[in-house]
Unconditional design. Structure first.
Length: 119
């Protein structure tokens, strides 16, 4: 949806360098940066640089790019030291899930026991 893309989209603006973020990993097609309001000791967001509203749109529109987002998330988890004790990947999708930013992002949570859910 045009109004959520480009300069109207918060995460597109982070990709463009117009809004600062603490970047932990960048690839040709993806960007990983720390969540501004962390809910776990490690809380990183992983996004495709190209705008897709949510994970359903991304996975159906460009499954290869969806895989690249997962690969970056796995590398971030490794670099954050999360592989031994485990971590959680989460994609909030749409209204019922409470999605607030409509540029798809994987939450990477770890660094402490997370419980059965993060709500
Ligand atoms: P959602 O509810 O859409 O899955 O999650 C959006 C996430 O983006 C929230 O965890 C929120 O803290 C994070 N967030 C919102 N605005 C910013 C921002 O300007 N910078 C960063 N780094 N994270 C943000
Ligand atoms: Zn965007």
């Amino acid at each position: 949806y045009t109004a959520r893309m480009g300069t109207d989209c918060l995460f597109c603006r982070i990709v463009a360098g117009e809004i600062p973020a603490t970047v932990v990993r960048e690839t040709a097609t993806t960007l990983a940066f720390r969540d501004i309001n962390p809910q776990a000791p490690t809380h990183v967001l992983v996004i495709p640089k190209e705008h897709y509203a949510d994970v359903a749109t991304l996975a159906q529109g460009d499954p290869g790019l969806a895989g690249e987002v997962l690969a970056t998330a796995a590398t971030v988890a490794e670099e954050e030291g999360l592989l031994a004790d485990g971590f959680r990947l989460m994609f909030n999708t749409g209204t019922y899930a409470g999605q607030e930013v409509f540029h798809v992002h994987a939450h990477v949570f770890g660094g402490a026991p997370l419980g059965p859910m993060l709500c």
